[in-house]
Structure formats: structure tokens, C-alpha cells
Design a protein around this ligand. Structure first.
Ligand SMILES: [Cu+2]
Length: 161
């Protein structure tokens, strides 16, 4: 939050310095910068972000990374994962097989989270695996159902590498 405050202070200072030259175009650009910075700052403050790497339209599966957090002081479990765009969502971890090759392993629900635990989903590590793509014009969403009745809806951000 401090970052946002400082950013806004700087932007406001620039506005004051430019005040004499301000016309509608300048105002519009400044407003745009401010809005962009605001959303940028806010994004980095959200801890429960999920993201994916865009895949070609023909691909029927994709992987999702990011963080899943247990915000409560109690142990809870993930009882189900759903998506608006894919028929099936699985939780995968990576394990070494007998031949020393890293392979994806499907975790069965319920998946437990300790109080305040954050599960990190990373490339080469645990991830969400989405199967059977359906056509939709909506943004990709993931719904996490917890054992305490909470349902979290996440918009999955698309990151190009
Ligand atoms: Cu997988």
C-alpha cells in the first residue's frame, strides 16, 4: 500500500508541475498513467494470483501456476477444483519415478492446507492441470472449493514468456 501512496504522490507532483501547461490531452494521458500504475500496484499486492501461458487454440489441455492460500487459522482442505473453460481440473505434483525421471502425479481430493499455508504452483513443480477445453468467450476462471464451504473464484491471468 505504501508503494501505491508514493506512486500517487509522485504522479500528483508531476501534475502540479505541469499544471500551467495542462490541457485536456495532458490530463487524459496523466489519468491513463495513474490508472495503469494503480492497477499494476494492486496486481502485485494480490497474493492469490493464478496464471497460465497461452497455448495454441487446438490444445485441449493447459497448466495453471500461481498460489493457493489458506487464509484461515484452521486446517482446511480443497475438495474440488473447477473451471469455466475446461471440463476437468486436476492438482498435479512432480515426483521422481524409478528411472529418475520427473513425472506428473495426480493428487486426489481432498488436498489439505495447514493454517495460513500457501501452496506455490510453479513450472517444473506442482501445478493445476486443465483438461478438455470448451469454447467460451469468457476469461479463463478457476473455482476452488474448500472444506469450510468457501468458494474462491480466480480469473487466470495470461502471461506470455
Ligand atoms: Cu500436469
Amino acid at each position: 500500500m505504501r508503494v501505491i501512496a508514493v506512486t500517487h504522490l509522485i504522479i500528483n507532483l508531476i501534475e502540479v508541475l505541469l499544471f500551467r501547461k495542462v490541457n485536456t490531452t495532458n490530463l487524459g494521458i496523466l489519468l491513463l498513467i495513474q490508472v495503469n500504475l494503480f492497477s499494476f500496484c494492486h496486481k502485485s499486492n494480490v497474493s492469490q494470483t493464478l496464471w497460465t501461458i497461452p497455448v495454441p487454440d487446438v490444445a485441449k489441455t493447459t497448466a495453471v501456476y500461481g498460489e493457493i492460500q489458506n487464509p484461515s487459522d484452521n486446517e482446511i482442505t480443497i475438495v474440488a477444483l473447477e473451471s469455466n473453460e475446461y471440463k476437468k481440473v486436476e492438482f498435479h505434483t512432480m515426483v521422481l519415478d524409478n528411472e529418475g525421471i520427473m513425472r506428473m502425479k495426480k493428487m486426489e481430493f481432498p488436498i489439505s492446507l495447514k493454517p495460513k499455508e500457501i501452496i506455490k504452483l510453479e513450472r517444473g513443480g506442482s501445478h493445476l492441470m486443465l483438461y478438455d477445453k470448451q469454447t467460451t468467450k469468457e476469461k479463463l476462471m478457476i473455482t476452488i472449493q474448500f472444506s469450510n464451504g468457501t468458494m474462491e473464484k480466480h480469473v487466470v491471468e495470461k502471461k506470455s514468456l
